[in-house]
Write a protein that binds this ligand. Structure first.
Ligand code: NAP
Length: 261
């Protein structure tokens, strides 16, 4: 089984499957993070060379099941998986945790992408902004005049991209108290986040609500249609069904279908 990783769900799935003698799991990383948390089972690092490269890999490694557990904002890999899996005759499942939803008291400004988030920040006249969209997508914010950014990321961003920005290197899970303290210490007046979903990084939304700070929320990119699990447990059910059926086509009918868009 090949798990396209880079998320907590991918690691949790590999861990859960590692105790099953019938499943030989390889987790694949893009190689963006220097020190990814090592999952159970085997790992490989680096791109496959597009959908064609992934198709070749699935065939040459005789992969029986493909689980796309890439991040909700990893926009390309899911499409490669959706092309490569049928080409190689391999059932494919995507795991994607549910998106966060606003609740009473939230002041959310949903936007389509990071560039739109930068435009929203510039237009709103915010002065001190916490940026949690990742170190590789800072460039659009360089055009925001008279805004000081505090960038939080796992690895240090290139300082030339957003000169003058403050940097906090940290990896979740985060607590509400910690997020409140960070925002208060730096007098943050707005937050920018991708709608990644999940518990590990949701505390910033609660802290922003408690402090009455607006949040620019980047919506998720579209996903290809096909079987979709919302949790690791759902994914395990799909794997069990696929193994039990011994029929590659059967697993796709066990869980909900994702629609593009
Ligand atoms: P992407 O746009 O979907 O992928 C770009 C390219 O990176 C792909 O075409 C593929 O190269 C390679 N790639 C992506 N995921 C891979 C994997 N699991 N194993 C092997 N190659 C992979 O994704 P991205 O936004 O650059 O993110 C890269 C990785 O970081 C993903 O695995 C994702 O789960 C993780 N991640 C992303 C975010 C985010 O906000 N984007 C956040 C947290 C974690 P080839 O075409 O050469 O195969």
């Amino acid at each position: 089984m090949l798990v396209l990783g880079g998320t907590t769900e991918a690691s949790a799935l590999a861990r859960a499957l590692s105790s099953r003698l019938a499943v030989d799991v390889t987790t694949s990383f893009a190689g963006r993070t220097g020190s990814p948390v090592a999952p159970a089972g085997r790992t490989r690092v680096g791109g496959f060379g597009g959908a064609a490269g992934l198709t070749s890999y699935l065939r040459s490694e005789r992969v029986d099941l493909l689980v796309d557990a890439t991040h909700p904002f990893a926009a390309r890999m899911r499409w490669h998986a959706a092309v490569a899996a049928p080409a190689a005759g391999v059932p494919r499942l995507r795991i994607e945790r549910p998106a966060w939803q606003p609740v009473d008291g939230d002041v959310w400004r949903p936007v389509a992408d990071v560039a739109a988030a930068a435009r929203a920040i510039a237009a709103a006249g915010h002065r001190r902004v916490l940026l949690t969209t990742g170190r590789t997508e800072l460039a659009p914010f360089a055009g925001c005049r008279d805004v000081w950014f505090l960038v939080r990321s796992i690895e240090r961003p290139d300082p030339s991209v957003l000169p003058g920005a403050g940097v906090v290197l940290d990896r979740g899970p985060f607590t509400v108290d910690g997020e409140r303290a960070l925002m208060e210490e730096h007098r943050i007046d707005a937050l920018v986040t991708k709608n990644s979903g999940g518990d590990a990084t949701a505390a910033k939304l609660v802290a922003a609500r408690q402090l009455g700070r607006p949040v620019v929320v980047v919506n998720r990119p579209a996903s290809p249609p096909g079987p979709l699990a919302r949790s690791v447990d759902e994914a395990l059910s799909w794997v069990d069904a696929a193994l039990a059926a011994g029929d590659r086509g059967a697993a796709g009918r066990q869980v909900g279908e994702a629609g593009a868009g």
